[in-house]
Design a protein around this ligand. Sequence first.
Ligand code: RFL
Length: 381
Amino acid sequence: MHTQVAILGAGPAGLVLSHLLSLHRVESIVLETKSRAYVESRIRAGVLEHGTAQLLCETGVGERLKNQGMRHEGINLGFSGVLHHINFAQLTGKAITVYGQHEVVKDLIAARTSSGGQILFEVADVSIDALSTNRPRVRFRHQGENRELTSDWLAGCDGSHGVSRTSLPPGALRIFEKTYPFGWLGILAEAAPSWEELIYSHHEDGFALFSMRSPSITRLYLQCKPDEDLTKWTDERIWENLERRLSFPGDKKVRQGRILQKGVTAMRSFAVEPMQYGRLFLVGDAAHVVPATGAKGMNLAVSDAWCLSRALDNFYSEGRTDLLESYSERCLRRVWKAQRFSWWMTSLLHRFDVNDAFELRRQLAELDYLGRKLCWSFLGG
Ligand code: RFL
């Protein structure tokens, strides 16, 4: 089998890339280790930046997003028991859309399959080679058979644990990494959201995030140990902690409901340079991971995919290679800005050491400063 662009991974990066390439009439084949049902129900991100939502809508995969996505003009920062509203629309003229990553994935898979795009699900034993030749190769098993796919270019969109980055020779990439001494315990609950917008809550017991996925499903997170034992967290203990960390004046409190899903996510920052090796391009989480606090991961994946699709379109339509050559440099500029923002949000809102009273006061002073600064710039200062 041969194609112009072989894509490893049917997450947001791989699917957006395949979708955009098809609009430019560039052929691709996507290989995915999991089943279609699995990737369509994997609960992850839920905040789409203005640019991401706009790209999906403008390229014909935004119908459900427009109908079901929830436009939020701001977020709330909670600290010292008080909520402070930050109005993005007034500050920047832009808003965010709350729409589950798995819904984006469903929309993209539907678009690819209905226009004859090839996605092979449940592939196994994936390996890559010949990356420095003009015929990179992927070997894999599919439906019990050993298969081989050659391509002009290979896109590694296989997430932070995929094979594309880890198959490269030692020293090919420079790795930058930071791990945080905490994780997030996340739940998905059958409960209508109590507040209209997200709440990022700083609390002396640890950070909490109130968010939602739809008018009847709430998504909530609690700062916890990175290797937290979930069996120690009964539903009762989770709700009790959420209520305490999300308690603000007024009559609203966290609405409880059946817990549909529980999980622990470690928090880390990770990036490689460059995001290219021979004819392999790394896209999305395969090249960088940000702590979820900044809600940047999926948006970065979409942005990388857009950048690469443009470069490949230029190559096939005009024979130009300059955009392919500068792919890594252009993506990394944005990646490092997102790394800085995500690190800053994470450092501002989490307790690194519950016994460090100085750090607690410093964070509160910074949050207070931030609240005043944003209100001030708001008034045109
Ligand atoms: P993905 O989504 O991990 O997709 C990679 C795909 O590759 C497959 N795969 C392979 N396929 C072929 N061959 C192989 N050898 C393969 N190995 C793996 C996998 O099965 C998978 O389908 O990476 P991608 O496409 O780069 O997308 C990145 C995003 O998923 C990620 O950045 C976000 O989910 C991060 N994130 C958030 N991002 C946001 O922009 N806004 C948010 O609000 C937000 N919240 C979150 C998040 C991530 C979280 N977790 C669980 C890490 C909240 C959480 C809790």
